[in-house]
Design a protein around this ligand. Sequence first.
Ligand SMILES: Nc1ncnc2c1ncn2[C@@H]1O[C@H](COP(=O)(O)OP(=O)(O)OP(=O)(O)O)[C@@H](O)[C@H]1O
Ligand SMILES: [Mg+2]
Length: 384
Amino acid sequence: MSTDGTASSENPVNAMAMAVLNAIQNPVVMVDEGGFIVFANWEAEAFFGASAAHLSRYRISTFIPFGSPLLALIDQVRERKAPVNEYRVDLSSPRLGQDKLVDLYVAPVIAEPGSVVVVFQERSMADKIDRQLTHRAAARSVTGLASMLAHEIKNPLSGIRGAAQLLEQSVIDDDRALTRLICDETDRIVSLVDRMEVFSDERPVDRVPVNIHSVLDHVKAVAKAGFARNIRVTENYDPSLPAVYANRDQLVQVFLNLVKNAAEAVGDRPDGEIILTTAYRPGIRLSVAGTREKISLPLEFCVIDNGPGVPTDLLPHLFDPFITTKPNGSGLGLALVAKIIGDHGGIIECDSQNNRTIFRVLMPASKDASLDDAAIASSTGPNR
Ligand SMILES: Nc1ncnc2c1ncn2[C@@H]1O[C@H](COP(=O)(O)OP(=O)(O)OP(=O)(O)O)[C@@H](O)[C@H]1O
Ligand SMILES: [Mg+2]
């Protein structure tokens, strides 16, 4: 096999093997006895950010973090002459980038003693697919419950509230506080049920090309006027970002929930900050379960805060309904966010570490990627 990622066309078997290796959507490299990368498929070139020819001049240790378990794994496979899998290996480095969590499959190459093949599976992608499916299931589990609650609770509640209001007129002043209490509490339950009702709404949403920056600016204005009055909110936008094909009101709901959570996490610490970012990342593609199709989610919107972070034990269930650590929280905010993003064909994930919590929304690009005047007008209309 040649080292430049191309096979000699004279040998059809070689050419076929190359075609197969290059078709694999995971980085695959072969490391020889001396540790040199003697083969890299196209995905591996992208993963290491270098051509196969360049890679072949160096040992694999040049490209991965010092002391990485991958080196020990390669030695182990050479010694035992048997394949090994290792999960969640961190290969983050300035060269490979942050959050490079991978699953590794290392196997000996029988025909080339001392050589091993390493297959990398980028973990974040696997996690994203996993989580995406879990969030959809979580939202679905609320759906039935929500429509039942709407029927069985809201109607009797309006009767109770009406009765309390009638009583209010005839009771003595001291007892009026009690009738008010009944009204306030029924109102609270009605508003909770109203929030849940959104989950039972299965109608397709009206979507138009929306300018995400106008959505974020609106959310920022609402936040600064209320719950984030004393918190610094900064933007880091990619101004050339194409429109997102979405329902504007629902996007506002998504980012209001995320920014509100961020503000609540930051609390009143003096250096508290919320950052809103947008970026175009064409590289992010996801497999769709049950099909060969790959969808591209190039639009990235993040809400970042420097609060204490999400408790680790909460992370796996973060987007499930009724998960809350707040005394007055309903735990419906993130479940709603996950449902809306899922309905739009996007995904959401959370990264939380060292006083930096990122909620990252990935969305497909608009069908009509160019923002025409009408779309801008409709998406920047009067603030609601
Ligand atoms: N930015 C964040 N930093 C730290 N923890 C967070 C953050 N966002 C969410 N969480 C955690 O996730 C939980 C669930 O959030 P979610 O928005 O679903 O519900 P809530 O905020 O508790 O209640 P509600 O949104 O209904 O008022 C929160 O209670 C909090 O513990
Ligand atoms: Mg919330």
